[in-house]
Design a protein around this ligand. Structure first.
Ligand code: PBG
Length: 330
């Protein structure tokens, strides 16, 4: 509750008249500490392959990803989340390449930890970059199998952690996967590895450019509405989060970002755990497209949107703008 007097004794504009008083009274601020850099890696030879739908974002090879980790350390960005684009020839119906301890993700994790040991590395736990049908789970007769998928995800998470990942982030939305991953990690002596659960993840058109980025756009058959949430729902998000918390999630993620600030606020207020928002590919692309046309000021809108996540209650933001924002803030 906020109290105020009555005009003319109270004049809210007094607090806005100069830059110093605005800074002094600002309630929410942004710092590089709030950023998790979303980074696309690929298994090709080229250091960088631009993603057409995300101007300014490129898929990086393992070496370039290691350099990016050093850059994050310099910029004061605490963590990087990596997402893989693999050669289409390595994809199959079961997404077996997800379990390759010498595959792209594990190689990138090792190289990045080697280059910048003090930068946290977060990995995505899901099968969609590896399946030829583009779904996050195993597909049988047009249905996504839950429990069978969960068993594979637990294995995938353990392999990534053995490669050195600091945070595993299941983004698949299968039921029960956080508990299964926690048990698999603990069973192998990795009690201290963090789990950031994509606890409330909605089936969203905002993921469009990402599917180009990881090369699953053409592959995806159907949609993800039998596992990702319906965008009309709020209470369901709290039930999803409650289950993940009970299963051992350390940190919570709400996704997409800017259109879901109400969910961020409610999740943070209800559970009080470290809570993050994901400013996803479509949000990035929209800002880039509008600013390329001169319709919005990119620098200002990046800081404004990222600060909005903080205001809504997020402890930080996963964003493709992380290096740009950190440069501006630094
Ligand atoms: C899937 C996954 C997606 C994103 C991260 N992990 C897309 C999807 O669910 O289809 C989206 C990220 C973005 O749009 O930036 N496991």
């Amino acid at each position: 509750m906020s109290y105020t007097g009555r005009y003319p004794n109270a004049r809210p504009r007094r607090l806005r008249q100069t830059d110093w008083v605005r800074r002094l009274t600002r309630e929410h601020t942004l710092s590089p500490d709030d950023l998790i850099w979303a980074l696309i890696v690929h298994d090709g030879a080229d250091a960088e392959v631009p993603v057409a739908a995300m101007p300014g974002v490129a898929r990086l090879n393992v070496r370039a990803a290691a350099d990016a980790a050093k850059r994050a350390a310099k910029l004061g960005i605490p963590a990087i989340a990596i997402f893989p684009h693999i050669d289409g020839a390595k994809k199959d119906a079961a997404g077996k390449e997800a379990l390759n301890p010498n595959g792209l993700v594990c190689s990138a994790v090792r190289a990045m930890k080697d280059a910048a040991p003090d930068v946290g590395i977060m990995v995505d736990v899901a099968l969609d970059p590896f399946t030829d049908h583009g779904h996050d789970g195993l597909l049988e007769d047009g249905r996504i199998l839950n429990d069978e998928t969960v068993a594979v995800l637990a294995e995938q998470a353990l392999i990534q952690v053995k490669a050195g990942a600091d945070i595993v982030a299941p983004s698949d939305m299968m039921d029960g996967r956080v508990g299964a991953i926690r048990a698999a990690l603990d069973g192998a002596g990795h009690q201290d590895t963090l789990i950031m659960s994509y606890a409330a993840k909605y089936a969203s058109a905002f993921y469009g450019p990402y599917r180009e980025a990881i090369g699953s756009a053409k592959a995806l058959k159907g949609d993800k509405r039998t596992y990702q949430m319906d965008f009309g729902n709020t209470d369901e998000a709290l039930r999803e989060v409650a289950m993940d918390v009970a299963e051992g999630a350390d940190m919570l993620l709400v996704k997409p970002g800017i259109a879901y600030l109400d969910i961020v606020t409610r999740v943070k207020a209800t559970f009080g755990l470290p809570t993050y928002a994901f400013q996803v590919s479509g949000e990035y692309a929209m800002i880039k497209a509008a600013s390329a046309n001169g319709w919005v000021d990119e620098d200002r809108i990046v800081i404004e949107t990222l600060t909005a996540f903080k205001r809504a209650g997020a402890d930080g933001v996963v964003t493709y703008f992380a290096p740009k924002a950190a440069e501006m803030l630094g």
